[in-house]
Design a protein around this ligand. Structure first.
Ligand code: ADP
Length: 540
């Protein structure tokens, strides 16, 4: 007969995360770029006190457990306080992506039934445009002091966060409830149809955040300082705002300034040892450093994900700047990190190229997440590193159903990701493409990610994107878009010749279009849909 375990059964709640940091790492700093420019700094103890004040303020506004509070905000300390105050009170922290179209923002705010919206002054024009269409919102709270809170024509009830919070008591008894209660909500970008809501539970976030601290993932400890460039408005900034307080790690929040110079200066002035962001952010940072001949003094490793990190960029980080790259994969539906690549001990004898080739893959799944790839019939494919199929995931922080969704997205208990992947015998997963981006040519598949990664390896290429274009004979053929590096004179023949040395001959794109920039969406990813609309005609 099974025996009961005799340990305490305390719920995994987010309030306990910030109170842990306040009690054990009360002196550890949180540094935050104010939206109007200057740096603000305080400690986890002060952050927890302000979170309790905000919890009192929200209750003063008449909000109760189960209500939703939206945010349209940068990574800053007030947003962090809200992460804890809202979820800790049993309410739902709904982070909105300010780069969504106004119509989509209105849709998600109404769908989530947000009662209050916290916004940064940057987004005042956006608030002006949407407020009239969000009848459930009873207050629009600007994350600023009174002096930096704008009046917004036509919007009643615009409050200053500091004015709202400061008079409140810093004593608040966090309610205790089931760890499966909803804590936070984030919508997918809705590239097809309306955005869909992923509702994260306290349990999922705490488990993911604890996992993120582990050495094989981000490795957060009290001797580190982390700067999440990944936005708090999308996929919980990979749960770093929850993981750092668990790890006792100094947290550096960059506010609205995400250009190479600002990020570099903040890393240097705050002794940042770890960062995390999408590849486009790192391209900007390294371009700035190269241009000015700069080096890092404290940075040791960086987490990348959100889209594939080209091998050439990994090489630059590791060989030129001595920074370890951790390449991870995740999506809105997976709370944060699902898989992460890290070098094994035997890699000490490997060439740099072999190490970087491994890190260009998306790594092994974290404990708590299982992965498999399946063919169109749903059969599990072998872990041989070459059988490609749809990546399926399940685990403690993987979505079970969408918020107010009618139909379960799961297939036999697994979530279909829409990504095409391979899994090697050692468990290393590689994303080959998204199902909608893969190029089907003559019955075979070409990975747009692999082609892009190869193109970015040319020294004259700043950014690259590949789409499939209809072809009368081959079904689809690849079309390559290139943004040249400043001063580069690269032409079509040269890049195609270069690619012939890197990929199979039948993969070489049929044509190249040079652009000034690529269309980048709300989460820093290239919008291939836009490219398809404009260039996806027919090759002759
Ligand atoms: P969207 O891109 O639609 O806004 P998400 O932000 O949830 O949705 O992004 C999740 C998707 O991003 C994944 O399904 C995958 O296609 C892509 N992705 C995430 N990390 C990586 C990575 N390291 N390499 C390649 N693709 C990635």
């Amino acid at each position: 007969m099974l025996q009961p375990g005799l340990m305490m059964n305390l719920p995994l709640l987010l309030s306990s995360v910030i109170e842990h940091a306040a009690a054990q790492y009360g002196e550890v700093e949180v540094v935050s770029r104010e939206t109007h420019g200057p740096l603000f700094r305080y400690t986890y103890a002060q952050c927890a006190a302000r979170a309790r004040k905000l919890a009192n303020a929200l209750s003063g506004l008449g909000l109760v457990a189960g209500d939703a509070v939206g945010s349209i905000a940068w990574n800053n300390h007030r947003h962090l306080e809200a992460y804890y105050a809202v979820s800790g009170s049993g309410m739902v922290m709904h982070t909105c992506n300010p780069r969504l179209q106004a119509q989509q923002l209105i849709y998600i705010i109404n769908h989530a039934e947000d009662r209050v919206i916290l916004f940064d002054a940057t987004f005042a024009p956006l608030v002006k445009g949407i407020a009239a269409h969000c009848p459930n919102v009873r207050a629009w709270v600007c994350l600023a002091d009174a002096g930096n809170t704008p009046t917004i024509d036509g919007v009643a009830n615009v409050l200053s966060y500091d004015e709202l919070v400061e008079p409140c008591s810093e004593v608040f008894a966090w309610p205790q409830f089931d760890e499966n209660t909803a804590a936070a909500l984030c919508y997918t970008s809705g590239t097809t149809g309306n955005p869909k809501g992923a509702m994260y539970s306290h349990r999922a976030i705490v488990l993911n955040a604890m996992s993120g601290c582990m050495p094989g993932l981000l490795s957060l400890s009290p001797s580190d300082a982390i700067l999440p460039v990944v936005p708090m408005f999308h996929i919980n900034a990979w749960c770093i705002p929850y993981a750092a307080p668990i790890g006792g790690t100094k947290l550096v929040l960059p506010g609205p300034k995400l250009d190479g110079q600002s990020i570099y200066e903040l890393m240097e002035s705050e002794g940042v040892t770890i960062s995390a962001g999408v590849p486009t952010i790192w391209q900007g940072l390294l371009a700035y450093m190269e241009q000015h001949g700069l080096r890092f003094s404290t940075m040791r490793r960086t987490g990348v994900g959100g889209s594939a990190m080209p091998q050439a960029l990994i090489a630059k980080f590791m060989d030129v700047y001595g920074v370890d790259v951790r390449h991870g994969w995740g999506m809105t539906e997976t709370t944060a990190i699902g898989t992460m690549g890290i070098l094994p001990p035997q890699s000490k004898t490997w060439t740099s190229e072999k190490k970087q080739a491994l890190l260009a893959k998306q790594g092994r799944s974290a404990f708590g997440v299982e992965i498999k790839v399946v063919n169109e019939a749903g059969d599990t494919l072998p872990r041989d590193g070459s059988s490609q199929g749809e990546l399926m995931v399940r685990g403690h922080w993987i979505i079970a159903s969408y918020y107010k969704g009618e139909k379960s997205p799961l297939i036999d208990g697994w979530f279909p990701t829409g990504d095409i992947a391979t899994i090697a015998p050692d468990g290393t997963m590689q994303i080959r493409d998204r199902t909608k981006d893969v190029i089907k040519t003559g019955g075979e598949w070409i990975s747009s990610i692999d082609l892009e990664s190869a193109a970015v390896g040319h020294p004259g290429v700043a950014m690259a994107a590949v789409i499939g274009v209809k072809h009368p004979k081959w079904d689809e053929r690849p079309l390559l878009f290139i943004v040249r590096k400043p001063g580069a004179t690269l032409e079509k023949e040269e890049i195609l010749k270069f690619l012939e040395t890197k990929v199979a001959k039948w993969w070489v794109p049929d044509d190249v279009v040079f652009l000034e920039s690529l269309p980048v969406g709300g989460t820093g990813k290239v919008q291939k849909g836009d490219l398809r609309k404009q260039y996806g005609g027919v090759f002759s």
